[in-house]
Design a protein around this ligand. Structure first.
Ligand SMILES: Cc1ncc(COP(=O)(O)O)c(C=O)c1O
Length: 338
């Protein structure tokens, strides 16, 4: 049986047609601003988000870290949800790159509301760092692909404006939210000062993310991208995969959500799996298990199913364009034999 790789939606491989688009890409030196395909991708993303400027970057981490860098000054503080990617998986990047401290705030399902944000803004006092940025994540990875309610985003945006804070939206999987809610990327972006999203996750491109915002912000980010070694030359080869992904792989994200929800429903019937299937909103299924999670990962691997675990008692299965409906059924069957 072919391996069913449910570790992440980052494991997708470029399809033949995407590879063809990559092979045919017109390229130039993007550090000189000469790459027509990168420029085209950045223009598409400006249109999609309604932001005046966009910058193609190597990864979601780079997009987030550039946002933190360009919205803050050293010795300031940023507010981010406790289990957000920026807090959990970016290796203290805000401290290392921007010299800022993170105020991690626990949300519900990865979601902070306006009061949570308000409560954690530092008063202006010489003992305190200045709060300068709020980061939110939609969909929220560690919360199992949960969708940030638009009303909360709007209210947080108002609090940010009232308190002179910037708002960054880590939209690594914003298309998963958008196809589910039918709220446009532009609407989501309109409430934030900057938005990033990834082409290399559910959209199936091999490499790359975008950061969008005001012109002055992106001009600054462009400089820091270079400092971080992120200036890429004939990057049109990568941008072509991203454009292909935007043109062909957005609507089909719905299929991944359908597979994820069906999978969650079926495995919730097993006595060693603890999950509320209704909690699955998009393509990520995170479940607790009464068994040893690390051992289970090994067992499933022997049966050609790859899962990821957080080192504790939770396992994660992510659905993406390289997992078909049939493979979802196969995975469910194998879960029933364990
Ligand atoms: C919500 C979120 N933001 C950012 C990233 C970072 O993306 P990358 O792995 O491309 O650096 C990830 C990666 O999984 C993510 O889930």
């Amino acid at each position: 049986m072919k391996i069913i790789d449910l570790r992440s939606d980052t494991v997708t491989k470029p399809s033949k047609a995407m590879r063809q688009a990559i092979a045919n890409a017109e390229v130039g030196d993007d550090v000189w601003g000469d790459d027509p395909t990168v420029n085209k991708l950045q223009d598409i993303c400006k249109e999609l988000t309604g932001k005046p400027a966009a910058l193609f970057v190597s990864s979601g981490c780079m997009a987030n870290q550039l946002a933190v860098k360009c919205h803050t000054n050293p010795a300031e503080e940023i507010i981010a949800e406790l289990n957000s990617h920026i807090v959990k998986y970016e290796i203290a990047g805000p401290a290392f790159i921007s010299g800022v401290q993170v105020m991690p705030v626990a949300g519900v399902n990865g979601v902070l509301n306006a009061d949570d944000v308000k409560e954690h803004i530092r008063p202006d006092w010489y003992h305190f760092p200045k709060t300068s940025l709020v980061c939110i994540e939609n969909t929220h990875n560690r919360a199992g692909g949960s969708i940030y309610p638009i009303e909360d985003i709007k209210q947080i945006s108002i609090v940010c404006k009232e308190n002179n804070l910037k708002l960054h939206l880590d939209g690594a999987r914003i298309f998963n939210a958008s196809v589910e809610t039918r709220i446009s990327i532009m609407e989501y972006a309109s409430h934030a000062d900057s938005i990033s999203f990834c082409f290399s996750k559910g959209l199936g491109a091999p490499v790359g993310s975008i950061l969008c915002g005001e012109t002055e912000f992106i001009t600054k980010a462009h400089k820091f991208r270079k400092i971080l070694g992120g200036g890429m030359r004939q990057a049109g080869i990568l941008a072509a995969g991203a454009i292909y992904a935007l043109e062909h792989n957005v609507e089909r994200l719905k299929d991944d959500h359908k597979n994820a929800k069906h999978f969650a429903e079926e495995i919730s019937k097993l006595d060693w799996v603890d999950i509320d299937p209704l909690s699955v909103q998009t393509n990520i299924v995170i479940f607790k298990t009464s068994r040893n999670a690390a051992e289970l990962v090994k067992k499933f691997k022997q049966k050609n199913i790859l899962l990821s675990n957080d080192g504790f008692s939770k396992l994660r299965a992510v659905f993406h364009l390289d997992v078909s409906e049939e493979q979802t059924e196969d995975a469910i069957k194998i879960f029933n034999t364990i």
